[in-house]
Design a binder for this molecule. Structure first.
Ligand SMILES: CC(C)(COP(=O)(O)OP(=O)(O)OC[C@H]1O[C@@H](n2cnc3c(N)ncnc32)[C@H](O)[C@@H]1OP(=O)(O)O)[C@@H](O)C(=O)NCCC(=O)NCCSC(=O)C[C@@](O)(CC(=O)O)C(=O)O
Ligand SMILES: [Mg+2]
Length: 277
């Protein structure tokens, strides 16, 4: 049922899971279901991601064969511990693209890091393939590996989140935060989402449609922020026409980092609208 109507919720991308939310005896049926969903007309204008099983499991390579041939936009590799994990999946994807006549390099990759080993290798992982559109944190597995549990403050995840952000930015790719598992706790979700936005994440994996609007609204700038960003960009463009790299706007210095920040605010306004307070 979820596969058949997930497209109605206006998520930025839809992720079909073949890994931990599918029990072993359903793995083959789930793969077939996703293969057909990827080719359904309703999913042609939606960015699709499939989380495949690990390549060293009994299912990983079959998952890849199905989803690359099915036309998935991005493959999510779970439990990525090393750069070699990324290179291995990259090689399989390249082979399958060649075999099925898909444009070489057109399948994107998203590596999920879910262990201390992966966090220590985050920089190498983030640089391991030109297909990588981003890296992501998988916090439920990560805290299990750390031998702790998630707290409302997220203290136990701060190191991992910063490591993922640093690695992603160093490689020039996106950084995505993990799921918030209590779908009924709106206040807790919003607190965590505000925290990861402030750290610098580009977004977050969601498990329930009710979280989509909340996150879009949080990432959307306020009217005041959007208006200010527009004034910064206008002032910068006027200054550039006069050959100036730095200008003053109401007494505040406007230079290259401030202008780039303003452009990011405007792009978020274009994507998510204006925040409802
Ligand atoms: C959380 C809950 C059980 C709540 O159930 P509830 O029954 O209370 O949901 P309700 O809100 O009542 O549903 C109202 C309506 O929305 C529909 N609906 C609900 N969820 C929908 C959805 N996801 N997609 C489309 N449709 C949906 C539903 O069908 C219904 O439709 P309808 O009947 O027509 O009204 C349910 O959402 C759910 O199962 N979520 C997906 C869980 C999942 O994907 N887990 C794997 C990824 S995490 C992981 O693996 C950890 C990780 O690996 C992560 C990492 O790597 O980052 C790590 O280590 O951290
Ligand atoms: Mg996991």
């Amino acid at each position: 049922a979820m596969v058949s109507n997930a497209f109605i919720y206006h998520a930025d991308a839809l992720m079909f899971d073949l890994e931990d939310s599918v029990i072993l005896r359903e793995k083959d049926a789930a793969r077939r279901l996703v293969f057909h969903a990827l080719q359904h007309p309703l999913y042609q204008n939606v960015e699709t991601i499939v989380r495949v099983n690990a390549l060293d499991s009994d299912y990983g390579v079959a998952d890849l064969e199905a989803v690359v041939r099915g036309g998935v936009d991005i493959v999510r590799l779970p439990k990525t511990d090393t750069a070699q994990d990324v290179i291995d999946i990259e090689n399989h994807i390249a082979r399958i693209e060649a075999e099925c006549g898909r444009e070489p390099g057109s399948t994107g990759l998203l590596a999920a890091i879910e262990s201390p080993q992966g966090i220590t290798q985050a920089v190498a992982i983030a640089h391991a393939s030109p297909r990588l559109i981003g890296i992501a944190l998988g916090a439920e597995d990560y805290v299990r590996n750390l031998r702790t549990e998630r707290s409302p403050e997220g203290t136990e995840l701060l190191f991992a989140r910063c490591a993922i952000l640093q690695a992603a930015r160093a490689a020039g790719i996106q950084a995505f935060d993990t799921v918030y598992s209590d779908a009924n706790n709106e206040a807790g979700f919003l607190r965590e989402a505000a925290h990861i936005k402030q750290l610098g994440f580009d977004g977050k994996s969601l498990i329930n449609p009710r979280q989509i609007e909340l996150l879009h609204n949080l990432y959307a700038p306020t009217r005041q922020e959007a208006d200010h960003a527009q004034r910064v960009v206008d002032a910068a463009e006027a200054a550039a026409r006069e050959g100036l790299g730095v200008v003053s706007l109401n007494g505040k210095m406007v230079d290259s980092p401030v202008i780039e920040r303003a452009r990011l605010v405007l792009s978020r306004a274009a994507l998510s609208g204006i925040r409802e307070e």
